[in-house]
Design a binder for this molecule. Structure first.
Ligand SMILES: O=C(O)CCC(=O)C(=O)O
Ligand SMILES: [Fe+2]
Length: 382
């Protein structure tokens, strides 16, 4: 029997009306909406990424409801570094359009995509063909080069920055090649920027700072929108040791907003046991995670957690060879996801937040955002 225990959970189920959810899934979603305790994270059996209804912050009926929601978000970031947010502010209609445009973009012939090639970490804009980026925690040039050869990331991406930059220009496809792409993506960029601003307000409140503390440090939209396409794959190749659609890594900025299709494969590391757990797609939610700069800003109060993309559940297909012979092959379906990497203003200096100093004092030197982000990007691309 399914029990419907709380308002956010009931809202979530209403958002899922287009899906038939099993009682198992319903119970699993209910587990996810409960406030997370430190002990939950210590064991793999109770580890979970909490789910928060963000309308309880945006439209809070009282200050205590707003504070409670902010505390839930900060608690999730402190313990896991990840949270699912529903009612996040980017509408289902907009996401449907954006995913449609993403499909059309990657459907273009590779020669056309290569004309838009990513060229410079300072620009961080353009098309990145398969094998060009190898995300990893390593900063050794030799180690990253070796990883690219033995276990390349099997994905292609398109990187987009703020469109009015005076130095760096976005690499848009011709309008006739992907009609509506540019305007759809720019509206989406703006919507994600707004969502980032409000989540950062909730973090400020949860860290006992003034709610607007971050506003003038994150308002210039130095973000990076990454459209991702993971092609269908040979199952054996992806399961080989060390092979992944995207290797284990952390992100660089303040927060990442990750919108994924229904295929799955994203996994998040339990920081206590080091084991990876699936971040299963939940309709109507965005996965939000803390990046290295926000972790540093908060003196490691908020966690930047390792994550990766691995083989999702596969299916078998009958294939016919050139000689007419039929055999069963295991197919890993293609996957699309959209990562919006949020950054502070490039001129902003990131130094220990006043409420996170603790008894030991700041662990890190102040760092200018541009220097930090461009340095990290230079290490991962070639
Ligand atoms: O595609 C995904 O689900 C995650 C991608 C990701 O983590 C990244 O590009 O940094
Ligand atoms: Fe990531």
């Amino acid at each position: 029997m399914v029990v419907w225990p709380s308002a956010p959970f009931t809202n979530l189920v209403l958002r899922c009306t287009r899906l038939t959810i099993s009682s198992d899934m319903a119970l699993c979603l209910w587990r996810q909406t409960r406030t997370l305790s430190r002990n939950d994270v210590k064991s793999d059996v109770s580890f979970r990424i909490p789910l928060v209804d963000f309308s309880r912050y945006r439209n809070a009926a009282s200050h205590s409801e707003k504070q409670q929601t902010a505390d839930d978000i900060v608690n999730a970031f402190r313990e896991v570094g990840f949270v699912y947010l529903m009612n996040h502010g980017v509408t289902d209609g907009m996401l449907e359009n954006v995913f449609g445009q993403v499909k059309e973009f990657f459907r273009m012939p590779v020669q056309k995509k290569d004309q838009l090639a990513w060229e410079d970490p300072r620009a961080n804009r353009g098309y990145v063909r398969q094998g060009r980026e190898r995300v990893t925690q390593s900063t050794s040039v030799e180690e990253i080069a070796a990883l690219r050869l033995t276990a390349p990331d099997s994905k292609e991406s398109m990187e987009i920055g703020r469109d009015w930059d005076s130095v760096w220009k976005n690499q848009w496809p011709k309008e006739e090649d992907v009609p509506g792409f540019r305007s759809t993506i720019l509206d989406f960029f703006e919507a994600c920027h707004d969502t980032h601003t409000v989540i950062m307000r909730s973090i400020a409140l949860g860290l006992r700072l003034d709610e607007t503390f971050f506003d003038d440090k994150i308002n210039e939209q130095w973000h990076n929108l990454r459209l991702l396409s993971y092609p269908p794959l040979d199952a054996d190749l992806l399961r080989k040791d060390g092979q992944a659609r995207a290797g284990a890594h952390s992100d660089y900025g303040t927060l990442t907003l990750l919108f994924q299709d229904a295929v799955g494969g994203l996994e998040v590391q339990n920081p206590h046991t080091m084991h990876f757990h699936p971040a299963t797609p939940i309709p109507g939610t965005v996965v939000v995670n803390v990046g290295d700069l926000l972790s540093r800003w908060s003196n490691d109060t908020l966690r930047s957690t390792l994550h990766r993309v691995v083989a999702p559940p596969s299916y078998m297909k009958t294939a016919t060879s050139a000689t007419g012979e039929q055999k069963q092959v295991e197919i890993i379906p293609e996957r699309k996801s959209i990562a919006f990497f949020c950054n502070p203003n490039f001129g902003a200096v990131v130094e220990c937040l006043p409420t996170c100093v603790g008894s030991e004092g700041p662990k890190y030197e102040p760092v200018q955002t541009e220097k930090y982000i461009v340095g990290r990007l230079s290490d991962t691309y070639f």
